[in-house]
Design a protein. Structure first.
Length: 399
């Protein structure tokens, strides 16, 4: 419940009080900038201070002096955020020196409020005490138009303005803490959700591994049993190939599942690459597919990730040929271009491969190519057959 309250408060409070204002208002009124607020404050204080001071000063012969001091105490509020103590010094001096009674204490209250709301309590109290001390000293040295009652009134004014500022500052700090807590809880919730998704994927992978491993193990056992009882050498060779392929499949499944498990140490066994391409092609040929391998350009060293992805793309493309094109003749071309490795796998079959319901073959190949900033296209060839073309940049780093 406390977490929910913090999230709700964080969303409601937003930035200050702006989200509580009606959205029908213009955006500059809902979320005014600090400079706009300062200008508005100066205008309001100007209307309250300068005309009243001029009216009082008009009764004497000190109109110019009083007006200049009132203007100075008002205009300096424009820099109250950037120079709060300079502002306080100016408005304090104007408050002491103005020769007439007037509302010149308003700028002083604004200056003390600003310090109280933006600085620590010790700093705000010290600033207020300094103002009272200056007033007391000024009274002792015989400051004109500044009586003992004015000193007491100044002390009360400083106490009220500083107290309001400290209250506002503490409230803002509390709202900021609530907002940070709400943001932290949101991030924590997202991380927990991501962790739950990852754990669910690992669980599904474990279940899939168990099912497939059981069936592949049965295939290996039955192939070996058939080879042991068969009198034909070609049958024994075929069953041995089936058993070897099943064992290789089991090894790759174990490796992949180990990488998926949370906290598992990575398998240090080497991943397949284009160096094992000949073995991959031979296995496809043993399934009855005629394959020609062509290498264009000067072979070069590839990063492990690009090498693995190139191997997997060729592997998946040949799997599609076996599944959908039968014994169609296939050409595999590796093109070592200046900036990228180009793969072309084309067959002469009559039936283009299609993704079965829930199939991810072509999608997986595209994802592998896109991971390194490359491209992959797959589609029917002119006339008949199907072609897969991929380009993998040599310097493509996984995104």
């Amino acid at each position: 419940m406390a977490h929910q309250d913090a999230r709700d408060l964080g969303r409601d409070l937003g930035r200050g009080y702006a989200p509580r204002v009606s959205p029908a208002l213009p955006s500059w009124l809902r979320s005014p900038s600090a400079r706009a607020v300062d200008v508005l404050v100066v205008l309001v204080v100007f209307v309250l201070v300068v005309p009243a001071t001029m009216v009082e000063a008009a009764k004497t012969d000190e109109l110019l002096e009083a007006t200049l001091l009132a203007l100075a105490s008002v205009l300096v509020l424009l820099v109250r955020r950037q120079q709060p103590f300079v502002t306080l010094a100016v408005v304090t001096a104007a408050n002491m020196l103005v020769p007439v009674d007037g509302p010149v204490s308003i700028p002083l209250m604004v200056a003390l409020y600003t310090i109280g709301s933006r600085h620590s309590g010790e700093t705000a109290i010290a600033a207020a005490g300094a103002v009272v001390a200056v007033g007391f000293v000024y009274r002792l040295v015989g400051g004109t138009e500044f009586s003992s009652a004015d000193v007491v009134g100044l002390a009360l004014l400083c106490a009220v303005a500083t107290g309001i500022g400290l209250y506002r500052g503490n409230r803002r700090a509390s709202l900021d803490r609530l907002r940070e807590r709400a943001e932290l809880l949101d991030r924590e919730r997202e991380l927990l959700a991501q962790r739950a998704v990852a754990e669910e994927r690992v669980r599904i992978a474990q279940e899939l591994h168990d099912v497939v491993a059981h069936n592949v193990s049965l295939i290996v056992v039955q192939a070996q049993a058939l080879g042991a009882t068969a009198g034909d050498g070609r049958v024994r060779a075929a069953t041995d190939d089936i058993a070897d392929l099943g064992r290789a499949t089991m090894t790759e499944m174990h490796r992949t599942l180990k990488l998926l498990r949370a906290g598992a140490e990575p398998d240090l066994a080497p991943q397949p690459g284009l160096g094992e391409l000949d073995e991959l092609i031979e296995r496809a040929r043993s399934a009855g597919v005629g394959i020609d391998l062509t290498i264009e350009g000067e072979p070069r060293s590839l990063s492990q990730s690009v090498d693995l992805s190139a191997y997997r793309i060729v592997q998946e493309a040949l799997t599609n040929v076996v599944k959908h094109a039968g014994r169609a003749h296939t050409t595999v071309t590796l093109g070592y271009r200046p900036d990228a490795l180009e793969l072309t796998i084309a067959d002469t079959g009559d039936t283009p491969p299609r993704e079965a319901a829930g199939g991810h073959g072509l999608i997986g190949m595209r994802e592998r190519a896109a991971l390194f900033g490359g491209t992959l296209s797959a589609g029917p060839r002119d006339g008949h057959g199907f072609e897969v073309r991929a380009s993998l940049p040599y310097d493509g780093a996984p995104a």
